[in-house]
Design a protein around this ligand. Structure first.
Ligand SMILES: [Zn+2]
Ligand SMILES: [Zn+2]
Length: 320
């Protein structure tokens, strides 16, 4: 790439630009090598392939030398992509095939020290577009004072998408049951008693009494309640309790998350007086909250306050 090399030597472009150009050229050469191979013993076809390769390389060099000085590295990479898609579409097609073979999502085997699970995901172009289309609208700020970071909002969006998929009930059944979460808990664990066995979330491990109470509030979860001797007191689903009629009444009254005004489609039901403190499942004791405000209530001690017929969330932390 003599023209690009000249610009690099003169300091008009950076080594970063040159690196992007070298990767682009390598992709074109990889494709050219395939064509030479396909020509086999046909010397005429082979000669044409070599000529076309030289022509493409020269044109590519000219394009990079002209484009790079005015563009940052990402912009140059985009321009190289567009040029390549136009001049040799096979490069893009083959790259997509390699991406398809390497696609995947894996969980790390262990939580980190702060209890976070890491998911490593490699998406194809088409998958990235699909995930983005579903995730980004849900990751928008719910109001001007939504103080979650973009990364936190995307996290909440993905969880909400999964929650909505479980709620719709059209996911394939596992062992003839609808997919759901399983929590093994005890009255002591929910009350957070000092000697209580911790509640256990299937597929994850022990969880705090705060998290146990949050699941009992309203999630599509099978709750197994055992006492200290292992006697099972109750096996129930949170679904159906609150009833559909109660949910509709709460949605009609609150309309949106009472904390951040997120739309009802992203919300769950919270028991103002917790079930573990004998709070009843009656509309007066239920409010509409989104995933992140629900966590704020159970984990950060945010408080639900009533103002006549309406409710708000007071974010001053209190004792849980
Ligand atoms: Zn909210
Ligand atoms: Zn709750």
């Amino acid at each position: 790439m003599p023209k690009t090399a000249k610009k690099l030597a003169a300091g008009a472009i950076t080594p970063g630009h040159a690196g992007a150009a070298a990767r682009g050229l390598a992709e074109l050469q990889r494709q050219a090598a395939v064509r030479r191979r396909d020509a086999g013993g046909d010397m005429d076809a082979w000669g044409k392939a070599v000529e076309a390769e030289q022509h493409t390389a020269a044109a590519f060099d000219g394009m990079v030398a002209d484009t790079a000085p005015g563009a940052d590295r990402n912009e140059l990479a985009r321009r190289i992509d567009a040029w390549t898609a136009h001049h040799d579409p096979d490069v893009i097609r083959d790259r997509e095939r390699r991406a398809l073979a390497r696609r995947g999502v894996v969980w790390d085997a262990q939580r980190d020290a702060d209890g976070l699970w890491t998911m490593r995901a490699q998406f194809t172009d088409a998958a990235k577009a699909q995930v983005t289309a579903a995730m980004e609208p849900l990751a928008a700020k719910t109001s001007a004072d939504d103080d979650r970071t973009l990364a936190q909002r995307r996290h909440d969006a993905v969880v909400t998408l999964c929650q909505q998929a479980c709620d719709r009930g059209d996911l394939p059944a596992v062992a003839s049951q609808r997919p759901h979460m399983l929590l093994v808990t005890s009255p002591d664990a929910q009350a957070g008693g000092p000697d209580a066995q911790p509640a256990w979330l299937d597929g994850v491990g022990p969880v705090s009494s705060e998290t146990a109470r949050l699941f009992v509030c309203d999630a599509d979860t099978t709750i197994v309640v055992k006492d200290a001797n292992g006697k099972i007191w109750d096996v129930g689903r949170a679904t159906g309790d609150p009833s559909t009629a109660q949910r509709k009444a709460v949605i009609a009254r609150d309309k949106r998350c009472i904390g951040c005004r997120a739309p009802a489609s992203r919300c769950q039901i919270h028991h103002i007086v917790y079930r573990s403190r004998n709070g009843d499942t009656v509309v007066d004791n239920l409010v509409l909250v989104c995933w992140s405000c629900h966590h704020g209530i159970h984990h950060l001690g945010w408080r639900v306050t009533r103002h006549g017929p309406t409710f708000t969330i007071d974010r001053t932390p209190t004792d849980l």
